[in-house]
Design a protein around this ligand. Structure first.
Ligand code: ADP
Ligand code: MG
Length: 344
């Protein structure tokens, strides 16, 4: 084939694939935008595993009517202005790609009203075409509705799993964000039925109760630093909850990490938690844990992979050691320890 310039809509769909892999990736981007907007309440609605509809409603800062078209354009962001800003990212988003990518592979409707605006406004993107901005009678905050995801990208649709699999990916992700942001009230609905809701009272324990149930939550012990390096900024501060050895799961799926409040997945960090249990857990049994890791941003690189939950630490062994020590300390401090110590 000769070399040809791709038509803009084809190029946009290909680029979108980097960000939008499945319904859960859309949910992730929308939730992160709501968090960045300072929301204290976020409602998520899913229909047919998100393929038919994903709607996120927040009470955040909103978008002004004249900025609505920009929100849907590629490389348009309110979060980064210069290359130097990248060194000091405080927001979850910064690439200005998510909404444009989603609009390339789905129908998007965006309604918003900033806190000080008298009226709201709306805009739609359908088949890659962006509509005029029109007035909308809406509450303060933003509602984004994503319909017919991938209906124009059959190749992508084919790769998706069953509706149930897509729902569980979305829910797992939403649980992670609820755990990371206990001060935000999350309300999650699938097929018009409430799946879970968190109180938004700022307590991680309250979210644990909603996500894992009271019985399991009561079997988790608080983790609060490792004493040895708590005042040393070269080491992270590790806080959260971890399960008693008598309470376990058959997979590692319930071990969550948030680094400076960003959800990350890491084999090394998972191994640190598990190794802290040493002989306390039999093979094939895995703890539940929620680890909030605070670390000097200069010691990590968040710009590793677009939309992926990977992270690179400059001193990974130290992070490993801090987690291991913090979890160990929490387990040893539990008054119930003697009950589950192996008898020798
Ligand atoms: P990024 O998050 O990387 O800036 P996005 O494409 O996700 O890029 O969003 C583009 C812009 O739209 C954001 O920078 C923000 O200004 C605005 N925006 C998106 N979602 C919301 C929201 N829920 N509330 C307020 N502003 C939003
Ligand atoms: Mg974003």
């Amino acid at each position: 084939m000769p070399i040809r310039q791709l038509a803009p809509d084809v190029a946009a769909k290909i680029a979108a694939g980097e960000v939008v892999e499945r319904p859960a990736s859309v949910v992730k981007e929308l939730i992160e935008n709501s968090i960045d907007a300072g929301s204290t309440q976020i409602r998520v609605d899913l229909m047919h595993g998100g393929l038919q509809l994903i709607r996120v409603t927040d009470n955040g800062c909103g978008i002004t009517a004249d900025e609505l078209p920009l929100a849907l354009s590629r490389h348009a962001t309110s979060k980064v202005a210069s290359i130097d800003d990248l060194e000091n990212i405080r927001s979850l988003g910064f690439r200005g790609e998510a909404l444009a990518s989603i609009a390339a592979v789905a129908d998007v409707s965006l309604q918003s009203r900033p806190r000080d605006a008298e009226h709201g406004a709306q805009i739609q993107a359908q088949n890659g075409r962006i509509s005029e901005v029109t007035p909308a009678a809406v509450a303060v905050g933003t509602t984004i509705t994503v319909r017919n995801l991938f209906s124009a990208v059959p190749a992508r649709l084919k790769f998706l799993k069953s509706r149930n699999t897509e729902v569980s990916h979305c829910l797992h992700l939403l649980e992670q964000y609820a755990l990371a942001y206990p001060e935000i009230r999350f309300m999650v609905f699938s097929e018009n039925r409430q799946v879970f809701a968190t109180p938004g009272d700022g307590k991680l324990f309250s979210v644990l109760v909603e996500v894992y149930g009271l019985q399991i939550a009561q079997q988790m012990v608080p983790v609060d630093g490792d004493d040895e390096h708590d005042d040393d900024t070269d080491y992270p501060l590790v806080q959260g909850y971890t399960s008693r050895p008598s309470c376990y799961k058959s997979t590692r799926q319930h071990i969550s990490f948030f680094v400076n409040r960003r959800w990350v997945m890491s084999r090394v960090l998972t191994a640190a938690v598990e190794n802290a249990y040493h002989s306390l857990l039999l093979a094939g049994r895995h703890p539940l844990a929620v680890m909030n890791i605070q670390i000097d941003p200069a010691l990590l690189d968040v710009n590793v992979h677009p939309a992926k939950t990977e992270i690179r630490f400059l001193k990974e062994r130290r992070v490993y050691a801090s987690i291991l020590r913090a979890v160990r300390k929490a387990l040893l401090a539990d008054p119930q320890l003697p009950q589950w110590q192996p008898k020798s």
